[in-house]
Design a binder for this molecule. Structure first.
Ligand SMILES: NC(=O)c1ccc[n+]([C@@H]2O[C@H](COP(=O)([O-])OP(=O)(O)OC[C@H]3O[C@@H](n4cnc5c(N)ncnc54)[C@H](O)[C@@H]3O)[C@@H](O)[C@H]2O)c1
Length: 360
């Protein structure tokens, strides 16, 4: 069992990572403020595999779950769903003391987190992440959100959970494509912050991640610790946290161009990392060999590494304009100087088009 603390404002919360069973250590007392009743939000796929065992575990902790399920997938991350969930919570008699438990991947976490932050001006939240991506990344740091037609995550809040309870066993049922998606985010941590993650991630078999439990556990712990450190030092994205965007400016743009159901977030991030790393190399600041290193790792894990033929650079740059991380005149892109060391690069739209054309 590993316990990592995340600082959020004046408070902090634990990430508890277990390989054997969903175990949580000490239960935050705020979880019992509505007599042990909690609203558990999940999606139908996660519910099929893991709802019964999870609610049984919660019951052993004295928590009685009222369950709300949403349809799986990014399409549930929309404003209308926030209203629907709030109304369902009301119908179930939830009040301002009723905690929300988010059981699922990044979609459920972002959506349930946003609802928790808004319902009666905010109720306690616990994340139980069930995808690799959510375990290494999205459940940590307190960002919540839904998408607008204009772009991803444009409506959201910062709402730190009381705790993140991570059990590696959930990954047993995760399809390989979804495991790859999490490995893509894990590689990000290797390049921006913690180099040993690269070998750990590349050694995992996406078809059976639990075949190497030690490597999987070490990788999840290191990524969670890296994210915890980064967001603890910069809760609201004023500085250091920006490095988490490596691969994401162009990755988000690609998701937007292709449609969110054509490509997974992690696949888009894999291509985004490749493109952004090439921009960084062409600016002359990157140690030799890193682009090739990333490409080899992506190939080994079965992740894509180049822009699909049917997507043009112009489409990508146009889509990136909608990215909320674009400042007024320019794009801020995270480059890599050396493994574990980042730099910020600024481009105008015209410069970005030119630089991308030159680097592909
Ligand atoms: N808040 C943040 O800081 C942050 C960071 C990164 C990504 N995100 C967001 O996370 C989302 C992507 O997250 P995701 O990839 O976890 O997507 P997801 O939640 O859609 O899960 C992917 C699929 O896996 C299924 N699934 C989940 N757990 C399973 C399990 N244990 N077994 C079998 N199937 C399972 C889900 O039903 C879904 O169909 C995006 O919306 C992205 O914007 C948020």
């Amino acid at each position: 069992m590993k316990r990592i603390r995340v600082r959020a404002g004046n408070q902090n919360y634990p990430i508890v990572i277990h390989s054997n069973q969903l175990r949580v250590g000490r239960i935050p007392k705020q979880l019992h403020t509505d007599g042990g009743r909690v609203i558990l939000i999940t999606d139908k796929t996660v519910a099929k595999f893991h709802l019964k065992s999870t609610t049984d575990r919660l019951e052993k902790m004295g928590l009685r779950a009222e369950v709300i399920t949403v349809r799986p997938g990014e399409r549930s991350k929309r404003p209308g769903m926030v209203v629907r969930l709030a109304q369902e919570m009301l119908a179930k008699g939830a009040n301002r003391k009723t905690p929300v438990v988010a059981l699922g991947g990044g979609v459920v976490g972002d959506l349930a987190g946003l609802v928790a932050s808004l319902f009666m001006r905010g109720v306690p939240l616990v994340h139980i992440p069930t995808t690799l991506l959510a375990q290494v990344d999205s459940s940590i740091g307190g960002k919540t959100g839904v998408d607008l037609p204009e772009g991803k995550n444009l409506l959201g809040t910062f709402w730190p959970p009381l705790a993140v309870w991570t059990w590696l066993g959930y990954l047993k049922t995760l399809p390989p494509r979804r495991v790859r998606e999490g490995l893509s985010e894990a590689l990000k941590y290797g390049y921006i912050y913690d180099p040993p993650v690269l070998e750990l991630a590349t050694g995992i078999d996406p078809r059976n991640p639990l075949a190497t439990p030690d490597a999987l556990g070490a990788m999840v712990e290191r990524c969670a610790a890296a994210k915890a450190e980064i967001v603890s030092r910069d809760e609201r994205e004023g500085g250091l946290r920006e490095i988490l965007n490596f691969g994401h400016t162009l990755g988000h743009a690609l998701e937007r161009v292709m449609g969110y159901h054509q490509i997974t977030h992690g696949e888009a991030v894999a291509i985004g990392m490749m493109l952004e790393l090439k921009l960084s190399r062409n600016s002359g600041h990157t140690e030799p060999g890193i682009v090739e290193d990333l490409k080899e790792r992506l190939v080994k894990l079965g992740l894509p590494h180049h822009l699909p033929d049917n997507v043009t650079i112009q489409e990508l740059v146009d889509a990136a304009r909608h990215d909320k991380k674009k400042t007024r005149n320019d794009f801020r892109i995270i480059g890599i100087r050396d493994v574990g060391k980042t730099e910020i690069m600024n481009f105008t739209a015209a410069e970005l088009s030119r630089a991308l054309s030159a680097s592909i």
